[in-house]
Design a protein around this ligand. Structure first.
Ligand SMILES: Cc1cc2nc3c(=O)[nH]c(=O)nc-3n(C[C@H](O)[C@H](O)[C@H](O)COP(=O)(O)OP(=O)(O)OC[C@H]3O[C@@H](n4cnc5c(N)ncnc54)[C@H](O)[C@@H]3O)c2cc1C
Length: 536
């Protein structure tokens, strides 16, 4: 298995639970044993970390003033679940029903809900029709939410948005506190939930610091992988199958480097074509996001100032002694889903409220206080692609705003976010709006602002699309079309982007892949037994 991320870790757990299956989990990154990873508030120090992040940047985006957008992905045990903001959201039931309508049998909401429930260890007493309590993935609330997170909810209710105490309980729309993948105020990555507790299994081997360069292909079948460790290349062969779980950038990159992809592009990059599969790297989708950020005089908000110095200095002690205080925050404790005037029956934007100042200069830290709302386009129409370059390198082209409707939705979403922040709940806390800035009001001005400042909320998916059409890369059993012994199971297989954050859906994809592989193995064993009996 390639990649110990959100999907890879659950898959490694489920497969190795069968003593008859031997699993080798290969991860390019290293250990996750760092307070920056394990402490929720450490999350923002990871985005640009050279140790924990693949710091990808996109190709210049022509409709975003030629800017290259940052695309961090986790590079450590746990993958992106070791650097993400820990929000646990599944999306809308209709997301999965849409996959089924596109020909992905077995992936409708009714069929995937039991898999979400299986891995979940819900600690909030939420509706058992939707939630599991016995899974390894603890799901909790922020341990010590900032008072402003509650104010955001109050202000949103005041403009008519519904309160939602469970975004995963059958109704996405509304505002509330997010569920988080945390246990006792510590991050619970997919690695910590699913692999660390079973690492002693004799049939599970975990290799770190091993980058998979390409697949070993023989007679149209995957026989193993070529890895690089400490500058040395090595061949690892497998008996049964190779599973790529290297994420929406990593998995197509390995396929393309192995000569599996669009023929013309591979040839242009000087890569020998093993299998012409035109969909590899195509269908890239992500949530484009616009920020409203406001200064505040209040040291209640997260931020550095002389006023907040005592609480900042005390925070490590408060965390260690009580598991409370600043270090418990994931910075996006509250948010929700709303319909702009352009929406149909379903929400078209998601909010992430930050009870701290988000820099108007794109910095990680700024002196002083404030609060912010991120607003993203939930069901984007713009579709991008990954392109392979010489030496197998990848160019990420989101193609943002190719669909002009995305810009219109984002303009309306930012307006809605501003209306929330204008509410009485923030009176007394409100300072100057730094972005977009109060002078930015018309559609044209807001669009210009988006072009200059929009970013993503780090949810790339779809680059090894599951489906039954000519552009699909894997079939609904996640087998790579036209190559034997090879599957993909991670964010890349999503045919369409789900309406929400993507970690929980990736964990579900890992569960589903394991279920299909184990059932397939079972069916094969039974067929051999039947054949043997028939021969007697
Ligand atoms: C900063 C950030 C914040 C986010 N916040 C949230 C959030 O709050 N909630 C949420 O639901 N989602 C969030 N996401 C998104 C979510 O975490 C990801 O969509 C999800 O983790 C992806 O899972 P995956 O299994 O597809 O891949 P990953 O978890 O990215 O795993 C892929 C693994 O493969 C490894 N790998 C890649 N290439 C190779 C190779 N060639 N050889 C060996 N190993 C390789 C990587 O190092 C990585 O460990 C966030 C993402 C980021 C980056």
């Amino acid at each position: 298995m390639v990649g110990a991320g959100s999907a890879g870790c659950v898959l490694a757990n489920r497969l190795s639970a069968d003593p008859g299956v031997r699993v080798c989990l290969i991860e390019a990154g290293g250990s996750d044993a760092s307070p920056r990873v394990q402490t929720p508030a450490g999350t923002i120090t990871l985005y640009k970390s050279r140790r924990f992040s693949w710091n990808f940047f996109s190709a210049p985006q022509p409709r975003l003033n030629g800017r290259q957008l940052h695309c961090p992905r986790g590079k450590a045990l746990g993958g992106s679940s070791s650097m993400n903001s820990m929000i646990y959201i599944r999306g809308d039931a209709s997301d999965y029903d849409r996959w089924a309508e596109l020909g992905c049998d077995g992936w409708s909401w009714r069929e995937v809900l039991p898999l979400f429930r299986k891995s979940e260890g819900n600690r909030l007493g939420q509706d058992l029709a939707y939630h599991g309590t016995r899974g390894e993935l603890a799901v909790d609330r922020a341990r010590d939410p900032n008072p402003l997170s509650h104010l955001f909810i109050k202000a949103a209710e005041a403009i008519g948005l519904k309160r939602n105490d469970d975004f995963n309980g059958g109704q996405l729309e509304g505002v509330g506190l997010y569920n988080l993948t945390q246990k006792d105020a510590r991050r619970l990555s997919s690695y910590r939930a699913f692999v660390a507790p079973v690492r002693e299994r004799p049939n599970l081997q975990v290799l770190t610091g091993c980058k998979v360069l390409s697949l070993l292909l023989e007679d149209g079948a995957a026989k193993g992988v070529l890895i690089e460790r400490d500058g040395v290349e090595q061949r690892l062969e497998c008996k049964r199958e190779v599973i790529l779980a290297a994420g929406a950038i990593g998995s197509p990159q390995v396929l393309l480097a192995s000569g599996i992809g669009p023929r013309a592009e591979l040839e242009a990059a000087g890569i020998e074509v093993h299998h012409d599969l035109p969909g590899v790297g195509k269908n890239l989708q992500d949530h484009l996001d616009g920020l409203v950020t406001v200064r505040s005089p209040s040291p209640l908000t997260l931020g550095f100032s002389w006023g907040s110095l005592p609480s900042v200095l005390l925070s490590p002690f408060k965390y260690l002694a009580q598991r409370k205080g600043w270090l418990t925050t994931n910075y996006v404790e509250a948010g929700g889903f709303a319909r702009t005037p352009l929406a149909g029956a379903l929400p078209d934007v998601q909010f992430h409220f930050v009870p701290g100042y988000r820099s108007h200069r794109g910095r990680l830290f700024e002196w002083g206080h404030g609060y912010a709302v991120h607003t993203c386009v939930l069901r984007p129409g713009s579709i991008g692609e990954l392109r392979v370059k010489a030496r197998g390198e990848i160019e990420i082209d989101y193609n943002f705003l190719a669909d002009p409707q995305d810009a219109r939705v984002l303009v309306e979403g930012i307006r809605l976010a501003r209306r929330i922040l204008a509410g009485a709940a923030f009176d007394g806390l409100r300072g100057q709006e730094m972005l977009p800035g109060t002078e930015v009001q018309s559609d044209e001005q807001l669009l210009a602002y988006i072009r200059e400042h929009a970013a993503t909320v780090f949810h790339p998916v779809g680059t090894c699309k599951m489906g039954v059409d000519a552009m699909s890369v894997v079939d609904p059993q996640l087998r790579v079309r036209g190559v034997k012994g090879l599957r993909v199971a991670d964010a890349s297989i999503m045919p369409t982007l789900v309406s929400g954050n993507t970690n929980a859906p990736c964990i579900m994809i890992g569960e589903k892949a394991a279920q299909m592989i184990l059932q397939g193995g079972q069916a094969k064993a039974e067929a051999v037994e039947d054949a043997a009996l028939a021969a007697v």
